[in-house]
Write a protein that binds this ligand. Structure first.
Ligand code: 13P
Length: 264
């Protein structure tokens, strides 16, 4: 069975001290839920993935390691070169060293604020698949203007076509791929997608990827204003295999509740 991914993207929030407090609360509350039988099977059905800032990855790993079957770490971004004169960047080996099993690639904030192109994202995807042990969480999604013109399917297809080009060149199957559909208009706006519209796009992505690439384990997760109040209806949709949560992941009690409700 493919596990659901309930992922937290902290973006540029929290110092090491904040992170330590956060995980202590998260783990304590989790153990309390477990004691009350409210957490049974969740670890079997899903993974809680945390994309903390890169300055906190190694510290985070120390705390979450005992819960490694259920709590995983992700980088928020990586660079495609292995090492060298690339000031400010971090490589895949570096994030692996800090215990990361996932890496977000092509987040819309990287595309929009830092001018990251689909061609760069393709290079990052290629780098991830040249190295073992890291699963990419590739982000795609249209902005408001595109949605208003009802061009979202063509737009996302175009992103996927370029971003996933390295999969074509790869000999043999890709073991694991996560695609996060994050419509830009829904991020940080309190305007989440309607679950049925999300499911429709997820199904479109699923069919596109399945008919063009060889992937063993494909999961498509949704991001954009996910909250305690809407997680259940989103997760009830058949093609929504998890979520990527920004703002609502910053409070450990809220995020733990999102994890719990996603399995309810
Ligand atoms: P919000 O949950 O704050 O809308 O952010 C979504 C996001 O960008 C996750 O990567």
């Amino acid at each position: 069975m493919k596990k659901k991914i309930i992922a937290a993207n902290f973006k540029m929030n929290k110092t090491n001290r904040d992170i330590e407090e956060y995980f202590n609360t998260f783990v304590n509350n989790m153990n309390e839920f477990k004691g009350k039988g409210l957490f049974e099977n969740i670890g079997l059905n899903s993974e809680a993935v945390f994309a903390t800032p890169c300055t906190s990855l190694c510290e985070s790993y120390k705390i979450i390691k005992p819960y490694g079957d259920f709590i995983k770490l992700s980088a928020q971004d990586i660079y495609f070169e292995k090492n060298g004169a690339y000031t400010g960047e971090i490589s895949i080996d570096m994030i692996k060293d800090c215990g990361c099993e996932y890496a977000i690639v092509g987040h819309s904030e990287r595309r929009r604020i830092f001018n990251e192109t689909d061609e760069t994202i393709a290079k990052k995807m290629s780098a991830v698949y040249s190295s073992e042990g890291v699963t990419p969480i590739l982000c795609v999604g249209e902005n408001k203007e595109v949605r208003e013109k009802d061009m979202q399917y063509d737009f996302v297809k175009k992103q996927l076509k370029t971003d996933l080009e390295p999969l074509k060149a790869k000999s043999g199957k890709v073991y694991s791929l996560i695609i996060a559909y994050e419509p830009v208009w829904a991020i940080g706006t309190d305007l989440p997608i309607r679950p049925e519209d999300g499911d429709k796009m997820h199904r479109f992505i699923y069919d596109y990827v399945r008919s063009n690439y060889e992937v063993d384990e494909l999961r498509i997760i949704y991001g954009g204003s996910v909250k305690e109040s809407n997680i259940k209806e989103l997760m009830d949709e058949p093609y929504i295999n998890g979520v990527l949560v920004g703002g609502a992941s910053l409070d450990p009690s809220v995020f733990l509740n999102i994890v719990r409700l996603s399995n309810a």
